[in-house]
Design a binder for this molecule. Structure first.
Ligand SMILES: NC(=O)c1ccc[n+]([C@@H]2O[C@H](COP(=O)([O-])OP(=O)(O)OC[C@H]3O[C@@H](n4cnc5c(N)ncnc54)[C@H](OP(=O)(O)O)[C@@H]3O)[C@@H](O)[C@H]2O)c1
Length: 267
């Protein structure tokens, strides 16, 4: 049985440990963790029953797949700390945004997989974007995909696409929530509704929309057409969205791509 190690049990590392165990993809006694601040590890052990390690080197020694779940600026120090423990049988899986496979391999002295998880894995849904380093064997690729499949839909890409795909999958829950918030706030400004009522109504409509996409298999265009009939009221709103949103989203991607570059540079 593959042993999974997780270094850094914050938002992402903690979620991976909980969801790998909850989904039964990995049994708790095959997951070991270490985090700089011990309280986070203790809380996680109570929930999931995983093993706490003495330090980061201990995680590397005891695991086959080692997930690095620290902030991008902290990755180099962690890899320099554990690189002596990374033999041929071990695979490093970095979830850090914008730290290239080249840099990760240079610091760790080993082959690397990059994964961009999403907070949607809290509900065992959404996408994990994956890019494999060249030296990763087919059996390890299969193992990583199977593990991620238990908490999400894995989507394999090449590294040059990973930032854009990360914007579409990992950042998008925040983008969608922000759009819904703007929609609700516009209703408050224009209709005298309370904020809590507006949020409740938009939230329920959004959940229903996600169900239509998932359970009834609508694509975006057919859902727009189903609701927005020609000459109808919704069609007027859609016209405004289609006029204004391309520019907004071009700017969203432009600004996020600038930030990806900066994050990659400071590491
Ligand atoms: N959040 C997201 O939605 C998301 C999505 C995709 C990818 N990512 C990537 O995931 C990574 C982690 O993000 P996050 O949001 O989970 O951050 P986070 O909540 O700050 O978690 C990072 C954890 O790493 C621990 N840590 C830092 N240095 C350490 C060290 N030397 N040894 C052991 N543990 C150490 C921190 O411990 P302390 O308790 O001491 O702070 C903290 O618990 C980032 O690289 C980010 O780019 C995040």
């Amino acid at each position: 049985m593959t042993r999974v190690g997780i270094i850094g049990t914050g938002s992402m590392g903690g979620m991976l440990a909980r969801k790998f165990t909850e989904s039964k993809a990995v049994s708790p006694d095959n997951i070991c963790i270490y985090n700089r601040t011990p309280e986070k590890m203790n809380a996680l052990v109570k929930i999931s029953g995983v093993e706490i390690c003495e330090n980061n080197r201990d995680v590397a020694e005891k695991s086959d797949l080692i997930f690095i779940c620290v902030k991008p600026g902290e990755v180099k120090d962690v890899l320099m700390e554990i690189n002596a423990c990374l033999g041929e049988s071990k695979t490093l899986v970095s979830v850090a945004s914008d730290i290239s496979i080249n840099k990760l391999s240079e610091w760790s002295g080993t082959d690397v997989v990059r994964v961009i998880p999403s907070v949607t894995s809290e509900c065992l849904s959404g996408v994990s974007v994956v890019a494999f380093g060249e030296g990763i064997s087919q059996s390890t690729r299969d193992e990583v995909i199977s593990l991620l499949d238990s908490i999400s839909r894995p989507f394999v890409t090449t590294e040059d696409n990973i930032s854009l795909l990360s914007d579409l999958t990992s950042s998008s829950p925040a983008i969608f929530a922000s759009i819904m918030q703007q929609y609700a706030q516009a209703a408050v400004r224009n209709g005298g509704l309370s904020e809590s009522d507006a949020e409740f109504l938009v939230r329920e409509a959004f959940i229903g929309t996600a169900k239509l996409l998932s359970e009834k298999n609508y694509d975006f265009s057919s859902l727009v057409s189903r609701v927005s009939t020609e000459g109808g009221i919704t069609a007027e709103g859609i016209k405004v969205v289609e006029e204004g949103m391309p520019e907004v989203f071009d700017r969203v991607f432009l600004e996020m791509s600038k930030k990806h570059l900066k994050t990659g540079e400071i590491s």
